[in-house]
Design a binder for this molecule. Structure first.
Ligand code: ATP
Ligand code: MG
Length: 551
């Protein structure tokens, strides 16, 4: 029998296949290089699955986790920990220790010195405004800085003194000497070092000059022996600079940068900066708010890592910009949980049912499958007694023939239990139904009652005596518009119903539920125990996803 190859195929893997075939590389090395300035989101999950997925699928291939930490002002060690946790949770393992670009600051500094010595870089003293002016525009070439021709020895001396902290922020910078007339703005003598008197989360106060991203990234890749440096399309015009730096310093490995299109998802922001603004404006409770498209938010909401990996696989990797439907992410979650989520019963908007012909002192323990299609998951017991809770929407005094739930003088099956008939009900002063009086048929326990009676409707319930009270957080998408990233004011397009709170009851088995692991609450949707706010005294459940697509 031939083995079916389930590995994804895409243009990047095709390039790698060729590089292995031609012998350009014997082994493949990738890296995932987040900047620790926020939490990872669903877009990063795509990049993680791509980079670590290659390491997993190819023999002798590895993937590094490297923090791209050249901007100490915006970065924080808390983000480092959160990011590492998210990558591991997604199911991937980085090679060796966590790496930091800052591990290489000394080497990167030495390469900068080498560029100066070879007259390929110079210390420039133009201020920010002058620098902008000299750079020119897309249609107009730039002008050489008056400092461009300063002697090598002078630049060397100044650069060393920059490092020693002799000059103030903004007064000097190191620039690569490339071409002020290049049609590619990135090649117009880009800044490669700047002065920043900032404490760094890894290097402390050792440095007061920091290399820029474009100078750092390619060197870090080369130092680590990265063969294929995969990034999103906005870095396409950085590639000539990436290659220029490596061609002009004495480092042997020449990693290849390849760009792919970033993930855009309907109704979703995929920018750490914009997500951070939601937190600052207190529109969500934090990075791990279950409505956030962050990996930690999705985890808290109950999305399984397997569903996120499957989603990444389905969306593929190309160079075409597009927007993926939110429904396709939710479909992955739903399919996963339909197959793997244990079943349970919960009543989110309770009314009481009293079974008048059931003995007041009696209580029995019924048996139900944990999963109707997977016997290996075993069974659970359900207490049943004279008083139960059902959902308010599951009873009507009168209902037309399409209403298959409980109505007066009609029968319905209680899931995993008996057939009951509604005989009467009671209302409060406002006319709201408070109690429904029913009779049950003791001979109808089990799926195929022998009495041949046709009972169409099945409703869920929870015993009124033995249960747990619970808070339900019913989540929906955070934004009303397809592309919230295009809005100047996201507040105006927030979905006011992105979180609806409900209070009701769950079967007692759920007191043992593990946080983040979603169950199917029969007829209600998929829910998981909240990993922060749920306690033994106060159970809190997050709705992971609805049972069916609603839009
Ligand atoms: P953000 O704009 O959210 O801050 P970023 O690209 O600045 O994103 P980084 O921490 O620099 O965030 O990203 C780490 C890696 O993840 C990079 O290689 C980047 O290209 C990739 N990445 C970021 N966003 C997406 C996305 N939406 N789709 C695919 N890959 C992404
Ligand atoms: Mg970035």
């Amino acid at each position: 029998m031939t083995q079916v190859d389930t590995r994804p195929s895409n243009f990047i893997r095709n390039i790698i296949d060729d590089d292995l075939k031609t012998g350009k590389h014997q082994s493949i090395q990738t890296r995932f290089p987040p900047e620790p300035n926020g939490y990872l989101h669903i877009g990063h999950a795509k990049s993680i699955c791509l980079n670590f997925g290659i390491a997993k699928d190819y023999e002798n291939a590895t993937c590094n986790l490297r923090f791209d930490d050249t901007n100490p002002v915006k970065e924080d060690v808390d983000y480092v920990h959160a990011i590492a946790k998210d990558v591991a949770w997604l199911g991937f393992e980085w090679q060796g220790d966590i790496r930091y670009s800052s591990d290489y600051f000394e080497q990167i500094y030495n390469y900068a010195v080498e560029l100066i010595e070879n007259d390929k870089a110079y210390v420039c003293e133009l201020n920010a405004e002058q620098t902008r002016e000299y750079r020119g525009t897309l249609t107009c070439p730039g002008k050489d800085s008056p400092f461009r021709s300063r002697p090598v020895a002078e630049s060397l001396d100044l650069f060393k003194r920059m490092r020693a902290g002799e000059f103030s922020e903004g007064s000097m910078m190191l620039r690569a000497k490339i071409d002020m007339a290049s049609p590619n703005m990135k090649m117009r003598d880009p800044v490669i070092y700047r002065i920043r008197f900032a404490h760094h989360h890894q290097t402390g106060d050792k440095w007061c000059i920091y290399p820029m991203y474009d100078f750092t990234h390619c060197i870090s890749d080369a130092i680590e022996g990265v063969t294929h440096s995969l990034c999103t399309l906005e870095f396409e015009d950085h590639r000539p600079l990436y290659d220029w730096v490596l061609a002009n310093i004495s480092i042997a490995p020449k990693p290849r940068q390849i760009e792919f299109s970033r993930l855009n998802l309907q109704y979703t922001l995929t920018s750490k900066r914009k997500l951070n603004a939601l937190i600052e404006d207190k529109l969500v409770s934090g990075w791990d708010d279950p409505r956030m498209p962050t990996i930690s938010g999705m985890r808290r909401r109950g999305y399984p890592a397997t569903a996120l990996r499957e989603f990444s696989k389905r969306i593929g990797v190309t160079k075409q910009e597009n927007t993926v439907e939110l429904a396709s992410l939710e479909a992955c979650v739903r399919e996963d949980l339909e197959a793997n989520g244990p079943r349970a019963m919960a009543v989110l908007d309770p009314i009481k049912v009293i079974i008048t012909n059931y003995d007041e002192d009696k209580s029995e323990s019924l048996t139900a499958p944990v999963h109707p299609k997977d016997e290996t998951m075993g069974t659970r017991s359900l207490p049943f007694s004279r008083e139960l809770y059902i959902d308010r929407a599951d009873f009507k005094e009168v209902g037309n023939k399409h209403y298959k739930r409980l109505k007066l003088n009609q029968e319905v099956r209680l899931r995993n239990a008996y057939v009951i008939r509604a005989d009467d009900f009671k209302t409060d002063d406002a006319g709201n139904i408070t109690e429904v009086y029913c009779t049950y048929d003791a001979g109808t326990l089990g799926k195929n009652p022998e009495d041949g009676r046709k009972v169409k409707g099945v409703i869920h319930w929870v015993d009124a005596k033995i249960n747990k009270t619970a808070e339900f957080r019913v989540y929906d998408r955070l934004f009303l518009v397809d592309n919230p990233g295009a809005e100047s004011d996201v507040n105006s397009v927030l979905n006011p119903d992105s979180l609806i709170l409900k209070h009701g009851y769950v079967e007692t088995n759920l007191a043992e539920a593990v946080a983040e692991k979603a169950y199917q609450f029969e007829r209600e949707g998929y829910f998981c125990t909240d990993n922060k706010d749920s306690t033994a005294e106060h159970l809190v459940f997050n709705r992971t996803v609805a049972l069916r697509a609603t839009f």
